[in-house]
Design a protein. Structure first.
Length: 224
């Protein structure tokens, strides 16, 4: 812009400059300030909205879902498998403990377990999970007992409503594989979303890390 003379230039400068530099009540200045605060608020809201999702994805498995691993183990095989699952998913882990421990002797345990299954007896638990509400995905681990879940796991399954939860069974065994545990889980928890389970031979559980990783990867449940 050209000015007629220095006087005119100074008059124009006096009119414009205060509105750019200080809050004088000038409507130009107020409009600019409002615009700036709207842009700033929008930027801050966008950053705030992105933040929690980012943190959740880094902390937990499967896109921010809360994971629980619940299992029973009499001689340690299922515990080894559960620990691998925990390491890959980053979930909370709970080992179920019956109020009365099972006999140390194998045959005596198989006989007791058979009677419990036939009577649909659910042994009381000294250690269990009180509230599954915070969890989206629940891994349920058990040794194969007479082709299905061990009695303490049946107790746990009878203690909660699994509606809408993602249930993932895993089993250690000496030849039966999953047995009929998948079908039993479906009929015990009909409102749950069932995922394909994994069965590992008891003596191989400790070294089954690669197999467990592959299984979890297929389900998208490896911690990111
Ligand atoms: C009471 C009882 C019943 C069992 N029934 C079976 C069975 O039906 N099929 C099978 O393959 N293994 C069976 N087993 C073997 C266990 O499933 C296997 O040794 C498992 O890995 C033990 O896991 P743990 O060390 O976590 O207790 C049974 C073991 C016990 C004690």
């Amino acid at each position: 812009m050209k000015f007629k003379d220095r006087k005119t230039f100074l008059r124009v400068r006096e009119a414009v400059l205060p509105s750019m530099t200080e809050d004088t009540g000038n409507p130009n200045f107020i409009r600019q300030k409002r615009l700036l605060s709207i842009i700033l608020a929008g930027l801050m809201a966008a950053v705030w909205m992105m933040l929690p999702a980012h943190i959740a994805a880094a902390e937990t498995a499967s896109g921010g879902e809360n994971v629980l691993i619940v299992y029973y183990s009499r001689t340690g095989n299922t515990r080894a498998m559960a620990n691998h699952v925990q390491a890959f998913t980053g979930g909370d882990i709970v080992e179920l403990e019956p109020a009365e421990p099972y006999p140390a002797e194998y045959r005596a345990t198989t006989e007791q377990a058979k009677k419990e299954l036939e009577a649909d007896f659910k042994p009381p638990l000294k250690v269990t999970v009180d509230d599954i509400a915070p969890y989206d995905v629940i891994f349920v681990g058990s040794p194969c007992w007479w082709g299905t879940f061990a009695s303490p796991v049946r107790t746990f399954l009878s203690q909660h409503d699994f509606s809408g939860k993602k249930l993932v069974p895993f089993i250690t065994h000496e030849g039966s594989g999953m047995g009929k545990s998948t079908e039993d889980l479906k009929s015990l928890c009909p409102q749950a979303v069932m995922f394909e389970g994994l069965a590992v031979r008891g003596r191989e559980a400790e070294n089954a890390k690669p197999q467990i990783e592959q299984w979890l990867k297929q389900m998208g449940m490896i911690r990111s």
